[in-house]
Design a protein around this ligand. Structure first.
Ligand code: ADP
Ligand code: MG
Ligand code: MG
Ligand code: MG
Ligand code: MG
Ligand code: MG
Length: 735
């Protein structure tokens, strides 16, 4: 079976013709699952994280570090463990693990999912059972997944995390275990690292191992070879059809950071204006694809090759899921700024700190008509955003959702919306999906067009999973075996598992606070978009202000009647415990929406503020008062406090973001000439530092306090400013 089972992907002109059918079938599948699952109740409060890695080659004596393209071999090695899940044969697992993952994977019941399990129970350190954060021997083994880049891996916990506070302390050791298992299945000179991007991806020369020359028929990039993408036919087809639909290559342009020796204007010296391999080579000559003062990139791999940290929450029912989706949405840009980790592209310092817009541009399939560059003739509408972008809808039935918060210019497919409403869906949720369904499916397999199967969600997922917004509302799978889920997608991956655990656990606690205290973070959704842009600025965490709601407390909300929630039950105040809610302010009369929010710093939002212009309680103080109100044992509380302090100190600037740490590292490097160029030598030393930190983390695993082996004394420049001397327990604040 093997390749046959993968199906025949349609080239763009044929896929385009099938788009209507795929959307129609997708909507039917959505209605099917919606009708089955809308009344689901009491699903458990589960959640799970996703960690993405770059696989790099590094050895002390080799002057260069490279991206290792051995994803398939590494996943294969991981799958060849004796206790592969479900008794699948290795070859089955191998075929499945690359087979159209995005359409199906997330919505299949756990028992049927293709997974690649680590084999490494023996490596779980035995430790006293009462030591928090020590994995039990029966801890479920992590799962490894392929990713777009052939140099990437993704790993998730073996099963979602539960509601127990103690379990929050398993997250960090589990992340370390994933790193350890991944490493064990690599060559000695390969390492899984959690940097968002490889600094010199796309630079002239051999930045991959093995080397392939750039320019293949799929990407048509002048910087990266087609072989940089996962070879499963889905991925090159995705990249090729996005380019084909657009009518030119993607343009991933990032403003260069002007250092004291950087020429003005700056012209990207790596752009070749003289190539004649593909018609798209004209893009830089006549299409203005490579403007002055921008680092120019031209392929999906520059965006989708970035690593992030994602968290998925299961809600107890659809109402709670819709509420979580809305309330977490305004936090997206704040958490993006706070996790900033992406200051380098293609060997140059960028004048932005995060990956988001680059991914957005790397998969922007909009045509010139949709972009507003040409009058509408063949396309149906102008579309203001890429299919990878901040989300454009609020979906909750919460009566506090004022119509003014919604985007007045939202593009929806009215026909699809009418079908959804006809099928029984309420106006607001129908609007959300009818907005996602303005897009074309990009990868369509011939075989899937033969018969509509309402016991699947493949056509629905085709559209849903290629709408990469910063929140994703995930309906249950076709068999309705799990609940409604909400995914929080904006965060950048952090260098250490300590940080990745801290941000994951923080988001879990924030979500609990939101539900418990019935918090209200609504601001107009277009302000969330604006915040997303602001989050890109260098050191946005310190220098930018973000629109944020002044009063997050519930107050009285029956006074707002938005007239949209007719079809849906009213909001529930769910899991609040008696006495756990802070005193709400007296109800304020409905005023102009503009009076409800103001501009705050990340520090104001995270740590709280009380100044001349505004007061805000702060997410961390809210989490703390929540933790005070529930039963958490001292050890657990102490470990959670370390996470909260890390985040608090990042927000206040007492510790720096990964982006700032990397900038400092480059700036202080003797080989850096203050001309924005991040050369081989600097890159090697940066990767060496990151590898060393990763190895140190593994040493720390299972170790007691006070052995002097923290991150602080490693001799890596600036590490104390990034991590303080946190070691996952109650340590000192800073070095
Ligand atoms: P995707 O890549 O589509 O976002 P993944 O399958 O990679 O989805 O996993 C997303 C995360 O969701 C994982 O951490 C997984 O453990 C978690 N997860 C799986 N099932 C549930 C569930 N029922 N509730 C909450 N989280 C879940
Ligand atoms: Mg995933
Ligand atoms: Mg996925
Ligand atoms: Mg992923
Ligand atoms: Mg995900
Ligand atoms: Mg200097």
């Amino acid at each position: 079976m093997g390749l046959l089972a993968l199906g025949t992907p349609l080239e763009w002109p044929e896929a385009k013709k099938a788009a209507h059918q795929v959307r129609q079938w997708g909507i039917k599948q959505l209605l099917e699952i919606w009708n089955k699952a809308k009344g689901k109740e009491r699903d458990a409060m589960l959640w799970g994280d996703e960690i993405e890695y770059l696989v790099v080659t590094f050895s002390k004596d080799e002057p260069k570090v490279r991206l290792s393209l051995r994803q398939a071999e590494i996943l294969d090695a991981l799958s060849k463990c004796p206790d592969l899940a479900n008794g699948e044969s290795v070859s089955d697992a191998k075929d499945k693990k690359v087979d159209r993952r995005d359409e199906r994977d997330q919505h299949e019941p756990a028992a049927k999912r293709r997974r690649v399990h680590g084999d490494d129970l023996s490596s779980i350190p035995a430790a006293p059972p009462d030591k928090p954060g020590t994995l039990k021997p029966d801890h479920p083994k992590p799962v490894f997944h392929p990713e777009f880049g052939r140099f990437m891996l993704e790993a998730t916990p073996g099963k979602p995390w539960g509601i127990d506070f103690k379990e929050l302390l398993d997250v960090e050791p589990d992340m370390r275990l994933r790193r350890k298992i991944a490493k064990k299945h690599m060559r000695p000179d390969e390492f899984p690292i959690t940097l968002t991007t490889f600094p010199r991806i796309g630079c002239p020369g051999d930045f991959t191992d093995p080397y392939y020359p750039p320019s293949g028929p799929r990407l048509r990039s002048q910087f990266v070879p087609d072989e940089i993408a996962n070879p499963h036919i889905r991925f090159p087809t995705l990249a090729a059809n996005i380019r084909w639909r657009r009518g030119r290559k993607v343009q991933v342009n990032v403003p260069v950071f002007h250092d004291k020796n950087t020429p003005t204007p700056w012209k990207d010296p790596t752009v070749n204006y003289d190539l004649h391999n593909w018609p798209e080579d004209d893009d830089v000559r006549t299409g203005g694809a490579a403007p002055d003062d921008f680092i120019h990139m031209d392929a999906m791999a520059f965006g989708m090759g970035s690593c992030c940290l994602q968290i998925t929450f299961q809600a107890k029912n659809i109402i709670e899921g819709r509420r979580m989706y809305d309330q977490l949405s305004p936090l997206g840009p704040i958490m993006l700024a706070l996790t900033a980790a992406t200051p380098i592209y293609k060997g140059f310092l960028a004048n932005t700190d995060v990956r988001w817009n680059q991914i957005s541009r790397a998969v922007d399939c909009r045509t010139p008509e949709e972009l507003g560059e040409k009058p509408l003739k063949n396309d149906r509408w102008r579309i203001p955003k890429s299919r990878y972008a901040s989300n454009s809808t609020y979906i909750s039935t919460d009566s506090r959702l004022r119509p003014e918060y919604l985007d007045p210019n939202l593009v929806v497919d009215e026909d699809i919306k009418a079908q959804l409403i006809q099928g029984g869906m309420d106006d607001r949720l129908a609007t959300h999906f009818a907005h996602l369904f303005i897009r074309d499916p990009i990868v369509v397999f011939q075989e899937d067009l033969e018969e509509l199967d309402l016991n699947k969600t493949d056509h629905f997922e085709n559209l849903q999973s290629t709408n990469w917004q910063h929140m994703r509302f995930k309906p249950p799978p076709a068999d309705n075996s799990i609940g409604w889920r909400v995914e929080f997608r904006p965060m950048e991956i952090q260098v250490t598992d300590f940080e990745n655990a801290a941000f994951s656990v923080f988001m879990v606690l924030v979500t609990r606070v939101i539900l418990s205290f019935d918090l209200n973070f609504y601001i107009p959704i277009t302000k969330v978009d604006e915040n997303m842009e602001r989050a890109h600025a260098v050191d946005a965490v310190l220098n930018q202000r973000f629109y944020f709601r002044k009063n997050p407390f519930p107050g009285r909300h029956s006074h707002v009647n938005n007239g949209h929630a007719n079809n849906a039950p009213s909001s529930s105040s769910s899991s609040s415990r008696p006495g756990s809610r802070p005193p709400s302010r007296p109800p304020t009369p409905v005023g102009p929406v503009e009076d409800e929010y103001t501009e705050m710093t990340v520090d104001d939002i995270i740590n709280g503020c009380d100044n001349d212009t505004h007061t805000f309680p702060g997410l961390i103080p809210l989490v703390e008062s929540y933790l005070d109100s529930v039963n958490v044992d001292v050890q657990t509380r102490c470990a959670l406090d370390a996470y909260l302090r890390l985040i608090s100190m990042r927000a206040s600037g007492r510790l720096v973001t990964a982006a700032r740490w990397i900038r400092g590292f480059v700036d202080a490097h003797p080989a850096y000439r203050h001309d924005s160029v991040v050369g081989e030598e600097v890159q090697k030393d940066l990767i060496a530092a990151v590898v060393a930190v990763g190895e140190r983390e593994l040493e720390l695993e299972g170790e007691g306090e006070g052995k002097g082996k923290g991150f602080a004394n490693m001799g890596v420049p600036g590490l104390g400013r990034l991590l303080g001397s946190f070691r996952g327990g109650c340590g000192d604040d800073e070095t």
